[in-house]
Design a protein around this ligand. Structure first.
Ligand SMILES: NC(=O)c1ccc[n+]([C@@H]2O[C@H](COP(=O)([O-])OP(=O)(O)OC[C@H]3O[C@@H](n4cnc5c(N)ncnc54)[C@H](OP(=O)(O)O)[C@@H]3O)[C@@H](O)[C@H]2O)c1
Length: 322
């Protein structure tokens, strides 16, 4: 019997999946054809067939976290993304496939994570339309002067002709470095990336880039969680039209905090899901990472949990920023 069929059984339900009907992934449209003529399908979709045929436990879900999203000048950025730091290249393909199956439509990587090739394999294996997935990568601060070369290498590894967002990973030598930013602007103009942004930049450093080039970063990716909540920083980024993208949402949180656990209980959810929901309610981009399938699926569900204003205020109160 065709071993991909079980993974596509519309009756199958997995923890964390709210919906378990319809197509489990784009492979399904050819899966039926493959059942009828496996050799034909293998010729047309060799990598996809390999993937589906080898994953009897594939999550089947119609969840799709394209929305909620935040508008960038070049399109929309899903508020939920999949973080990939500390996922080895050898495991990255599997992790990305799991995330895409679970409905994530936004993947965050970096040259420095050394897993772009694995991520590219995962993207290719799932075979979703390119414009349905938002891909971010980042240039290491030491690569100033080699900006274009760095991006081209990322694109080759990812198997893409453009990324959706390219970030300066850290301020090079702790400086804003407008000369690197000029190269980012050029790469965007040349179509190698749809948007450009920064990571770990202060408001002053962002202002320096704007003053030098007239171009604001679309995004600033920074350490963020309820414990880091800082309304002045939120307002400062908003004023500059820079989207706040948070990283390390769980590492920077106490998942056992009673405020979180009681809100989680009220929603029949996990504290991790509530942390994701808090980001989404504030329109902060959140990019949780996991290598465990159950957590990858479950964490994402938080993006569709609606917190009340009172709950958001309670979680805001966990801030340790004075
Ligand atoms: N721009 C930057 O400088 C920068 C810096 C750091 C991170 N980032 C990006 O942000 C992403 C997220 O940040 P992060 O990876 O540092 O931290 P994170 O997403 O806050 O936490 C990841 C850790 O939490 C665990 N975890 C995941 N789901 C969980 C759950 N439901 N319950 C309990 N533990 C859970 C993971 O373990 P398992 O894997 O075992 O599940 C892993 O140890 C990164 O992957 C990367 O893409 C960017």
């Amino acid at each position: 019997m065709w071993d991909g069929v079980d993974a596509c059984n519309p009756e199958r339900k997995e923890e964390g999946d709210r919906l378990a009907t319809g197509l489990c992934h784009p492979g399904c449209c050819w899966l039926e054809a493959a059942r009828l003529n496996r050799r034909w399908a293998y010729r047309i979709y060799p990598r996809a067939l390999l993937w589906c045929g080898s994953r009897k436990t594939a999550v089947m879900t119609t969840s799709d976290y394209t929305k909620p999203a935040v508008a960038l000048s070049s399109g929309e950025m899903p508020l939920l993304g999949f973080g990939t730091w500390q996922i080895d290249n050898a495991d990255a393909s599997e992790a990305v496939q799991t995330a895409l199956e679970a409905g994530y439509r936004h993947i965050d990587t970096a040259t420095g994570y050394q897993n772009e090739a694995g991520i590219g394999e995962g993207l290719m294996a799932v075979g979703l339309p390119r414009d349905s997935i938002f891909v971010t990568t980042k240039m290491p601060p030491d690569n100033v002067g080699k900006e274009r070369e760095t991006l081209e290498e990322s694109l080759t590894k990812l198997g893409l002709d453009h990324v959706d967002l390219w970030l300066v990973h850290w301020p090079p030598n702790k400086q804003a470095t407008p000369e690197a930013w000029e190269q980012f602007i050029k790469a965007q103009q040349d179509g190698l990336t749809k948007s450009i942004g920064v990571s770990n930049y202060s408001l002053d450093q962002i202002d320096e880039l704007i003053a030098a080039t007239g171009v604001a970063p679309a995004v600033n990716q920074i350490p963020w969680a309820p414990t880091k909540y800082d309304p002045a920083l939120v307002a400062g980024l908003k004023e500059r039209n820079v989207v706040l993208e948070g990283y390390s949402p769980f590492k920077l949180s106490n998942m056992d905090d009673p405020a979180l656990t009681s809100i989680a209980e009220a929603h029949d959810a996990t504290p991790a899901q509530i942390i994701v929901a808090w980001h989404v309610k504030h329109e902060f981009v959140v990019i949780p990472k996991s290598t465990k399938r159950e957590r990858i699926v479950s964490n994402a569900v938080g993006a569709h949990i609606e917190l009340t204003d009172d709950e958001v205020a309670t979680i805001d109160g966990l801030s340790e920023v004075s």
